[in-house]
Structure formats: structure tokens, C-alpha cells
Design a protein around this ligand. Structure first.
Ligand code: DGL
Length: 276
């Protein structure tokens, strides 16, 4: 059903957010070929149901496999929270058991215990990620002594997707959620950005976060975890092509996406518009 020849690494996000992950992966491993797919036309995913996020993510992963990808990273917390497990358990065995789909939640939480002193951690994410409790469950499995408090920030992704991340509106919504989270658990000393769009709001988040609280952005950890994974799985590494190319696919305007992606890549990039 899908091409069996070696191919690129695929990355998927509902829109631009996954570029914050892709940027770090590409910096760490520039030699591989990559295809990034942003479903900008249907973003945000954060307020959609489990079933819809699963169906949209499934379509995107299938499209990346059709493009020759052997390995796909869901560079989206909402998709990792709501669709990863079903795709791994239900779809991959029938599509092709040798292909792999990995998410961003586990690599993000692996290090939290070494970072937090108070063992009180806050997570900001989309409504979908927070209500799925995926971070609480994953951290609870690895570090049962850590207290986790989640805060859904439904306005933060639309601020980023609409290029409003430096506006007074962003000040209002960032402050509102930081203040609320810290009123629920004032002992929090580590804040995980559990949404790939949020690093774009980093300056605002830092401005409203009391000093002494560590901001934990996931890009570097996901990139290092992928490099470790490929080191431990040479059979997968052999199936990845290493030509140093990056292609971008979007379900919205290629021109608009190209502007955003060029900033991340520091160079003009090739973008094609597709339908899922
Ligand atoms: N960037 C995605 C995440 O990490 C979701 C954004 C959205 O709501 O579409 O959760």
C-alpha cells in the first residue's frame, strides 16, 4: 500500500506549532530528509473531540506514509494525546507493522524529575491535551511522587495561528492562565509548555511567570529523544534517506505557510498545498 523504499522522516502538526519541534530536530540532525505536514486549514485541533482528532491525524499520517515516510513524529501534543495510541495499536499493524509513529509527550516528561525541586509541576496545553490527562498519567507512571496541575489555554493557539502573539490580547490571555495555574498550586516550580505552538509565546510567558519557575520547552528533548531512538533502532535508521532536504505540505495557502516556515528555517522553503 505504501512505498517500501527508504524515505524521509515525517512530522505532523495541526499547523505551525510543530515547526518549533522540527526546528530543533533539524538543528540536531540536519543530514536526514524531512517532510513536514501542517493541517492549517483545520487548526485548531485543541477544542475538537477525540474521534475527530484521531480521524484527522490518521489521514495526515497516511498521507506522510504515501509520501514515502517510514517514521512519523506527531509534533503536536493534542494529536499525541488523542490519536497516537489508537494509530499505533489499530492502524499500524494493518498498514505496515514496520513503520513507526512517535509522539511528543513521553520524551517531554522524561526529565521533569531532575528539574523540579518542589516536585510540583504545572502543564499548560490545549483543552484537548489537558482534559485527556495524558501528561498527568504519563508523569504519574514514571514519577508517582510528583504533583501535576494542568491548565487549558484555549486562546493561545488562535493567537499564534493569527500572528497575534505579540499583541495586547496575548498579554491578557497569557497572564490570565499563568495567574490561575499558580493560584491552584503556588508550589509549582516548573512549567511545561505542553503545546508546540506555545514557544512562540515564550517572551510573554516569561514576562508573567514569577522568577524561580523553570520554563520547560519540549523541542530539544524531543530532538534528543529521536536521536537516541534512531541509535537504538538501526533497522529504522537504515530506512531513512539522508539527503538533507526539507519539504513542507499544508492544507492552507502555501504562500502563507512559506512565510512562517522561512522564518524558522532562515531560508526560503518549498511548500505545496494539499488536501487531506
Ligand atoms: N500545536 C498543537 C499541540 O501541541 C495543537 C494546536 C491546536 O490546537 O491545533 O497541542
Amino acid at each position: 500500500m505504501f512505498p517500501q523504499t527508504p524515505g524521509p522522516i515525517g512530522l505532523f502538526d495541526s499547523g505551525y506549532g510543530g515547526l518549533t519541534i522540527f526546528d530543533k530536530i533539524h538543528q540536531l540532525m540536519p543530514g536526514y530528509d524531512y517532510v513536514y505536514l501542517g493541517d492549517n486549514a483545520r487548526s485548531p485541533y485543541g477544542t475538537r473531540s477525540f474521534e475527530v482528532v484521531y480521524q484527522f491525524t490518521r489521514q495526515a499520517v497516511s498521507r506522510l506514509f504515501e509520501s514515502g515516510c517510514q517514521l512519523v513524529i506527531l509534533a503536536c501534543n493534542t494529536a499525541s494525546a488523542k490519536a497516537l495510541r489508537t494509530i499505533q495499536q489499530k492502524d499500524l499493524p494493518t498498514w505496515d507493522p514496520n513503520r513507526r509513529v512517535l509522539g511528543v509527550i513521553r520524551p517531554t516528561v522524561e526529565l521533569v524529575d531532575t528539574i523540579s525541586r518542589t516536585k510540583h509541576i504545572g502543564i499548560v496545553g490545549t483543552s484537548g491535551t489537558i482534559t485527556s490527562n495524558s501528561y498527568t498519567i504519563e508523569i504519574g507512571r514514571m514519577y508517582p511522587h510528583i504533583q501535576v496541575t494542568g491548565e487549558a489555554c484555549p486562546m493561545w493557539v488562535p493567537l499564534v495561528e493569527n500572528n497575534e502573539f505579540n499583541s495586547p490580547g496575548a498579554d491578557y490571555f497569557v497572564k490570565k492562565h499563568i495567574d490561575h495555574l499558580l493560584s491552584v498550586d503556588p508550589q509549582i516550580d516548573t512549567l511545561i509548555l505542553g503545546c508546540t505552538h506555545y514557544p512562540l509565546l515564550m517572551d510573554k510567558i516569561r514576562a508573567f511567570l514569577p522568577s524561580g519557575i523553570t520554563l520547560f520547552s519540549q523541542g530539544e528533548h524531543v530532538a534528543e529523544s529521536l536521536r537516541d531512538y534512531l541509535g537504538r533502532h538501526p533497522e529504522m535508521d537504515r530506512k531513512l534517506t539522508k539527503g538533507g532536504s526539507c519539504r513542507f505540505l499544508t492544507t492552507e495557502s502555501a504562500e502563507k505557510f512559506s512565510e512562517a516556515a522561512s522564518i524558522f528555517m532562515n531560508t526560503p522553503v518549498s511548500v505545496s498545498q494539499i488536501e487531506l
